[in-house]
Write a new protein. Structure first.
Lengths: 225, 541
């Protein structure tokens, strides 16, 4: 297995960006954008469809002649309006994407190995868990992942993050669990028979509880070996 | 060709007729045989869709307890709908039937090659249908991503051979169509007098000829990896699984435009005919719209790989190029709406399908924008949101264009009229069904439901919405049956059609109905003033 080291860009120290909040905000903004465009086009289409219906058989269209200037204008002006909207959205999307890819400096790092059809989590302290990722609340977590067999995808709907797990290629994502609770992990890349059953849990616990759990697991591991 | 033409003047028995159809090199018959094949593929793949929806209609195993069976349905639905229904119906049936008629040619440039491409396609259909016969059917989805496609017990070779046959058929057809468009036009048929459909077919086949070899390379190396022990996609031996995804989408994203271009070209022709109006800003539509899509189609494929671990810089670059696709597509929309402006719109069944297309394509196109945004896509990638989006913009919108075109050409092909009542009834039920199904799917996807799931125990709250989607699927099924009945009814009991029931100025309607072998009694000679969209007092550019 090629344990290629995935390049991780670390963000400058400071406030940790709110990914799900940023995602929801951008999605809503986009929803407003596409709804407005959709309504404009729909209103124009419905108006044209009603206004210019055929009144008597044999009637033909009677459009005004399009001058060369108008023809060019009808191509260039809409093109620039669309382009302006595209660039506006691209800029917004780029900003958020940078936040997705820059891992906060103090992030807690967990390694994940995907295989058909489960996840194995390896903690920096040396302990391991299957199917359930336990992380402390209030600390950003970076997940470095690799697949043992086919392509899987590590998808945490509540944190608005997803990243494919590739064989022979390390990938990463990060998320920021603020409150203790349980969050679903589910596979989002077709991986065969039990694809839809490939699920797990992120258990976010308090810092103390997490420390105790790591200690207990370390002890269990040492006793076994 | 002339021997065929002679033979067709007699009234032969059934055996003789069958032989004539099988050995035909007449582009119209070949087109109709393409249509029969693609509708058969649509029926089987549509049945798979219904099975998928019944399975997902309620939590837990419903129709089958074996996810493997379900995965084969998914594979067949995707692969057959794209490779055996949409591409052949548009670039096989419509292009074959219409292009020689529209440009005033007697047949294609290479009629025998045309027959070869048809029978390669039929061989492809038969290989695809073997899925239901062999003990180890392919379960690799239509994408066939390795390493899964390499280690699965399913028969990946069948998938590869289906792609090979369909691809070969398209390449042969593409060479033929391009030669026909450039060298077989009637005297006076200048390039700026081509129907929009001919231009869009030209664009689609340019894309096919450039990009199909890439897909062929991708799936052939897959075959080598699985059965001959090479290591193209085996990371343990220096291969790379991302290579396949790049090669696959380098073809398969342009393939979306191979489907979109003839679709929208056909919609332009239908709208111009029934609005009795010129195409608004012809040069903008052809060079800005169709030309723009062709130029940009090869620079956006990474948006299928936004979560695959591609470098960040190329994800940003292709987010921007993907968003910019809205420019040529927006120009095409403006062209369509401008064609309605000051027209005289007659609401026949084909026109209703064209109007339906405009709304479906609008919803599908606009919901593509969130998918194009890399950061937004990190959540909605591979969820039902994407499924809903591409069904609106590609699957359903295109199917509306194909069904509308069949109604539009029905009098020309069969010499009989269909029943407007049945046709319109089918349209409204279909329109309701697809919106119930696929709009609800947006919500399910937004709530996080990934695609290609056999079951959704982790999302029990979505069962109600899934139930609605399944009801929508039943409605689509009923509409499809009704549409089929309306065609059979028209074929058997329809009134005799006149040569030009729609009053179109386009060349395909100037010949007799159905067109004779050789298409035109005398080759049309086109005046300076003639234009396929020369309606009313309008002057053409």
């Amino acid at each position: 297995m090629n344990e290629a080291f995935a390049y991780v860009e670390r963000s400058a120290p400071g406030e940790i960006p709110d990914l799900p909040g940023g995602w929801d905000h951008l999605f809503n903004e986009m929803l407003i954008d596409i709804t407005i465009i959709g309504i404009i086009f729909t209103v124009i289409t419905v108006y044209l469809l009603i206004r210019y219906r055929r009144r008597h058989p044999g009637q033909e269209g009677n459009p005004p002649k399009l001058t060369t200037a108008a023809a060019i204008g009808w191509a260039i002006i809409p093109a620039f309006i669309f382009m302006a909207d595209d660039f506006y959205l691209a800029a917004e999307g780029w900003t958020l994407f940078n936040q997705y890819r820059r891992v906060p400096e103090n992030a807690y790092e967990v390694k994940v190995e995907g295989s058909m059809w489960s996840w194995r989590f390896i903690y920096p302290e040396g302990v391991e868990s299957f199917g359930e990722l336990r992380v402390p609340a209030g600390t950003p977590v970076v997940v470095r992942m690799i697949s043992k067999d086919v392509v899987h995808s590590f998808f945490i709907p509540d944190f608005r993050v997803k990243q494919d797990m590739m064989p022979g290629r390390m990938t990463y994502l990060w998320f920021y669990p603020k409150e203790p609770g349980e969050y679903l992990i589910t596979c989002a890349e077709y991986c065969g028979l039990m694809h839809s059953g490939m699920k797990g849990m992120i258990k976010v616990v308090s810092q103390d509880e997490f420390k105790n759990w790591i200690e207990a697991e370390t002890e269990k591991k040492n006793n076994n070996t | 060709m002339h021997a065929t033409a002679e033979a067709m003047r007699h009234k032969p028995g059934f055996g003789q007729t069958l032989k004539e159809w099988i050995f035909t090199i007449d582009h119209k018959r070949i087109g109709i045989l393409y249509l029969i094949g693609s509708l058969a593929a649509f029926a089987v793949a549509g049945l798979m869709a219904l099975l998928i929806r019944i399975e997902l209609g309620s939590l837990g195993p419903t129709l089958t307890s074996n996810p493997g069976t379900y995965n084969v349905w998914l594979y067949f639905h995707g692969a057959a709908m794209i490779l055996a229904f949409q591409i052949p119906a548009l670039t096989g049936f419509l292009a074959n039937y219409l292009v020689p008629l529209m440009i005033g040619a007697r047949d294609m440039a290479f009629p025998r090659l045309n027959a070869l491409s048809l029978w390669l396609y039929w061989a492809g259909i038969i290989v695809a249908l073997l899925t239901f016969v062999i003990p180890d059917p392919p379960d690799v989805m239509w994408t066939g991503y390795p390493p899964y496609s390499l280690i699965t017990g399913g028969n990946t070779a069948l998938y590869v051979f289906t792609v090979h046959l369909m691809g070969f058929s398209s390449i042969v057809g593409g060479i033929n169509l391009l030669t026909t468009i450039f060298y077989m036009r009637a005297p006076g048929m200048k390039l700026n007098k081509l129907n929009i459909f001919v231009w869009s077919t030209l664009g689609a086949f340019v894309l096919q000829l450039i990009f199909i070899p890439v897909l062929a390379a991708a799936v052939t190396t897959l075959l080598f990896d699985k059965y001959l022990g090479t290591h193209f996609y085996d990371p343990a031996n220096g291969g790379d699984v991302l290579l396949y995804q790049n090669l696959f989408w380098f073809y398969s994203h342009p393939a979306v435009y191979v489907i979109l271009l003839p679709t929208i070209g056909m919609i332009f022709d239908i709208v111009a005919t029934f609005a009795k109006n010129r195409v608004f800003n012809y040069n903008m539509v052809v060079y800005g719209g169709i030309g723009g899509v062709v130029l940009m189609s090869g620079e956006v494929w990474i948006h299928h790989l936004f979560t695959s671990g591609m470098p960040d810089w190329i994800r940003i670059g292709m987010m921007i190029s993907t968003l910019l696709i809205s420019i040529p597509v927006g120009l095409l929309m403006i062209g369509l709406l401008g064609t309605l402006y000051r027209g005289a719109i007659q609401y026949t069944t084909p026109m209703l399908y064209a109007v339906g297309f405009i709304f479906l394509f609008l919803i599908g196109g606009l919901t593509g924008i969130p998918n194009a945004m890399t950061a937004i896509d990190l959540y909605i990638h591979d969820t039902h949101f994407v499924v809903a989006h591409f069904h609106y913009v590609m699957a359903v919108a295109t199917t509306f264009a194909i069904f509308g075109s069949v109604y539009y050409l029905f009098p020309k092909m069969t010499g009989r009229m269909y029943s407007e009542t049945l046709g319109k009834l089918g349209f409204f039920i279909l329109f309701a069904g697809v919106n119930i199904t696929f709009f609800t799917m947006f919500i399910v996807g937004f709530k996080g439901m990934p695609r290609r799931y056999f079951d959704y125990q982790q999302f029990p709250q979505l069962e109600g919405l899934h139930h609605i989607i399944t009801i929508g699927a039943y409605i689509i099924g009923i509409a499809a049956l009704l549409i089929l009945i309306s065609w059979i009814h028209g074929l058997v009991a329809g009134k005799k059609a006149t040569d030009n029931p729609w009053g179109s100025k386009s060349l395909e309607w100037t010949t007799s109905t159905p067109p004779p072998p050789g298409n035109f009694r005398e080759l049309p000679i086109l005046t300076e003033e003639w234009h396929p969209y020369g309606y009313g007092r309008s002057e053409q550019p």
